[in-house]
Design a protein around this ligand. Structure first.
Ligand code: SF4
Ligand code: SF4
Length: 381
């Protein structure tokens, strides 16, 4: 592991912990999945393999001891498809959390579990368990059946929409908060009204749009991305302000106010967001195949890994590699150059810029006055 930056530590309860709280992404079955989505960025890139209970316990303990005592412990269960681990696995994992964190450090710790799933394996019993244990579920659904099934197919090539919607309904009936995670690509980008209308009708009031700007080329043109966001914005502002929450709109307002966005692609630097694979290797961010050079199952403390020079480079690269075009862009403080993974367009001066730039320009220009006025009214109070 490289040089550490001691300023990132605080001394607490007789141990050094990270001064910044962060969540941990876990992959109980690695990249294994029961679907074969056309735009999946895991294909061929990430490790697969199951994390057994012994390893999970070591990871829980290591992460828990890396966090300041007041901070909640946030676990993001991801994949592949994490529900392939099975209901009993999740039940055992939660029992383990309760045992480990009921008297952890200076007292009981607040634990939050977020499950990111395609929901096809949700059963009534699992939905009740997730509700009882306060899980927040992010379910991947790309719109109505005809749009969703174009890209989100089972391994045998059938559409997955019916199974996903059944899972969503079971979760909602059990009282689980369900957020829609909507990949926007060439399969649905031309249909903002249909996608947005469908999500509202399905009772999905928390919406995260995720542009498919990586993986197979040609999945999303920048201009189309802008048209999509503007199309949804037009509908949302008519009657859904304060009722439907769309990640890009919430974050655009926050940026106009001068707050830090929680959407990392719009932030000045990449936030700390490690993911751990089944073998204990820690990656800087789930979208980057960039290991941080420490293994949580081979003695490395997560607090140290997250204070390493590799992590520091990852977080600052987004800002330091910003092109001159972005630096002089009127929307720079709202956009911050998008995710470095999306910066695939080579400019004449040799710098790179996001392939979604034309779309972001269009969206930020179109919504500028609306959010600027709203932000001004918030600041005055
Ligand atoms: S690399 Fe992209 S996805 Fe990862 S933290 Fe940075 S902005 Fe977010
Ligand atoms: S809109 Fe384009 S030029 Fe402006 S900051 Fe974003 S990516 Fe850069």
């Amino acid at each position: 592991m490289g040089k550490t930056f001691n300023l990132e530590y605080i001394f607490e309860d007789g141990r050094f912990v990270q001064s910044r709280p962060f969540s941990l992404m876990l992959k109980p079955v690695g990249g294994a999945c029961n679907l074969d989505c056309a735009y999946c960025y895991y294909k061929g890139g990430h490790l697969s393999g199951r994390m057994d209970m012994g390893r999970l316990e070591a990871v829980f303990e290591n992460y828990g001891s890396s966090q300041p005592s007041g901070a909640p412990l946030t676990f993001i269960w991801h994949g592949g498809e994490p529900l392939l681990a099975g209901e009993e696995y999740l039940r055992e994992a939660i029992r383990l959390q309760k045992t480990l964190f009921s008297g952890f450090g200076s007292g009981p710790r607040q634990v939050l579990n977020i499950l990111q799933t395609n929901a096809t394996a949700v059963t009534e019993s699992l939905a009740s368990f997730l509700a009882e244990n306060g899980f927040l579920c992010g379910v991947s659904v790309d719109g109505p059946e005809i749009l969703h099934d174009t890209s989100r197919k089972t391994l045998s090539g059938d559409g997955s929409w019916k199974r996903t919607m059944r899972g969503i309904r079971l979760l909602q009936d059990a009282g689980v908060q369900v957020n829609a995670m909507v990949a926007v690509g060439k399969h649905n980008v031309a249909y903002p009204a249909q996608v947005y209308g469908f999500l509202k009708d399905a009772g999905l009031g928390y919406i995260q749009f995720l542009p498919v700007a990586e993986g197979p080329s040609g999945w999303l043109e920048g201009e189309d991305w802008g048209d999509f966001l503007c199309g949804v914005f037009d509908l949302w502002k008519i009657s859904d302000i304060g009722k439907v929450f769309v990640n890009y709109f919430d974050n655009t307002l926050a940026l106009h106010v001068g707050m830090e966005p929680d959407l990392c692609v719009l932030a000045r630097t990449c936030p700390p967001c490690p993911s751990v694979e089944a073998d204990g290797a820690v990656y800087a961010c789930d979208h980057l195949s960039r290991p941080l050079g420490g293994n949580m199952l081979e003695g490395a403390r997560l607090a140290e890994i997250m204070s390493s020079s590799q992590e520091y480079s990852h977080e600052t690269e987004k800002y330091l590699s910003l092109s001159e075009k972005c630096r002089s862009c009127p929307y720079r403080r709202l956009c911050n150059g998008d995710c470095p993974v999306h910066r695939t367009v080579l400019l004449e001066n040799g710098e790179r810029i996001s392939s979604l730039c034309p779309g972001y320009r269009k969206y930020f220009a179109y919504t500028y006055d609306f959010f600027a006025e709203w932000a001004a009214s918030i600041s005055i109070r």
